[in-house]
Design a protein around this ligand. Structure first.
Ligand SMILES: [Zn+2]
Length: 259
């Protein structure tokens, strides 16, 4: 008399020939291959690399905008400063002309004019110093702009090469995917629809719907089956679809199942 009902391991309503059950194992292997390919596609290192490059590109664009604004501000300041220098120079020239032409004879006027020239020269020297400072600042700003432009070129070149690498990797994955998909269709054609339906249902919840029973071990969860369980499977008809009670997966009997 049986201690445990066989129904705990078998699914009474699904029966399939041992050949069809073995094909289900092939189907499970192909599905594992397809998930592996899908995982590879989603986790390819180029995705992270491209995201990083995108961040770098955005930073470089910001740096270029800031540098351009800085440069045009400095250019405006320089134009103004140079104009100021020019204005002072024109006034000095005019005063000198008056002095040299001997037009000024009044001593007080002469003294005032000479003192104005001296003060204008000091002003000119200050303004010229300011121009030099602005030119230095402009040089620094231009160097930053050039550096950012060079970085932008590097980022663009890196992005192009990583994209090419990613495209090639994806093309390889797509090719393997197409092969596995077509093989899956061929295998699935040899398996009864109700067995596939059961398999798909288990696969949706556990990732792998069927596993081989090898040397008393479930290939799905890697658990060793108890003697009682092995006895139950041994007693089951070859066309009965048995399942591992522990992980619910369909267990496929093979030549080295250890039964
Ligand atoms: Zn299992």
């Amino acid at each position: 008399m049986r201690q445990r009902p066989r129904g705990r391991l078998t699914l009474p309503f699904v029966k399939a020939s041992p050949e069809a059950q073995l094909r289900l194992l092939e189907l499970a292997d192909l599905d594992t291959e397809l998930s592996r390919l899908d995982h590879r596609r989603r986790t390819q290192p180029e995705i992270a690399e491209l995201a990083q490059l995108g961040e770098r590109a955005a930073k470089v664009r910001d740096a270029i905008t800031i540098a351009d604004t800085n440069l045009s501000d400095l250019d405006r300041e320089l134009t103004r400063a140079e104009r100021d220098v020019e204005q002072v120079r024109v006034r000095i020239d005019r005063d000198n002309e008056r002095l040299n032409a001997g037009q000024v004879s009044n001593a007080r006027e002469l003294e005032s004019l000479q003192s104005e020239v001296a003060s204008l020269r000091r002003r000119q020297s200050d303004l010229e110093e300011g121009v030099l400072e602005l030119m230095e600042k402009r040089e620094t700003a231009q160097a930053l702009r050039d550096g950012a432009a060079a970085e932008a070129e590097t980022v663009a070149a890196d992005t192009a090469s990583v994209t090419a690498r990613s495209d090639a990797a994806v093309a390889g994955i797509d090719e393997e995917w197409a092969k596995a998909t077509s093989a899956r269709a061929t295998v699935a054609a040899d398996i009864p629809a109700d067995l596939i339906a059961l398999y798909d249902k288990i696969r949706a919840s556990s990732g792998r719907g069927a596993a081989a029973l090898r040397r008393g071990q479930c290939g799905g969860c890697r658990e060793m089956l108890s003697t009682v369980e092995l006895n139950e499977i041994r007693a089951a008809a070859p066309d009965e679809v048995v399942r591992h009670e522990e992980c619910r997966r369909i267990l496929i009997r093979t030549a080295d199942s250890g039964l």
